[in-house]
Design a protein. Sequence first.
Length: 235
Amino acid sequence: MNNKPIIALDFPSEKDVVQFLKQFHEPLFVKIGMELYLQEGPSVVAKVKELGHDVFLDLKLHDIPNTVKSAMKGLARLGVDLVNVHAAGGINMMQGALEGLEAGTSPGQKRAALIAVTQLTSTTEQQIWDEQKIQVPLIESVLHYAKITKQAGLDGVVCSVHEAGLIGEACGDAFLRVTPGIRLAGGESHDQKRVATPDYARNNGSSLIVVGRAITNAQDPVSAYKTVVDLWEEK
Ligand SMILES: O=c1ccn([C@@H]2O[C@H](COP(=O)(O)O)[C@@H](O)[C@H]2O)c(=O)[nH]1
């Protein structure tokens, strides 16, 4: 797994993905999420891997432990680099996910890194109070989810840039902080609430950044990607 910015391939079909990826002439780190996977299924993962790219399969599993364990066993066979669950599923569910992933990984194959979503980057503090009835500051909820994720033995979390530094201090630098909600300065936030720029992410504890629409909706996606890489690498 490399540490390039992860491009979110939020497209409706494999055809759109292949057309998008044709513009790039280097191996990338890309994310396949629900929109694409639920339309195209596992074959789109194989296609993107065949084109030479690292893959984060972002399906955010959240179910009873036994179901998540079995699902992860199946996903392990796809040979992706990074997968995830929701930390709200609990410690037993996360341990089940890890067991499934280990059981489904062939001998000699590297196990995918497993991370858990804390609070979605589209969520605000007001929302966790009103809708989830979590009566603590959002940072505390995110930190708590990070700590139980570590306790379950997972490799890291999905969080916003604004919590990444504190999670690094609490859970150690090797514990991954994968941060979506990345925008270029002055860019439209869309439905995201806890956003930051790539250079802010670099300086504030992110291990990996996820960038979708700031690249995929750009007039020149290759040039937008290059800008993100330059800011992320602090050139
Ligand atoms: O908390 C989360 C977890 C996952 N995502 C995913 O990342 C991308 C972000 O796309 P943008 O276009 O850059 O907003 C998207 O695929 C989400 O499903 C997230 O945003 N926040």
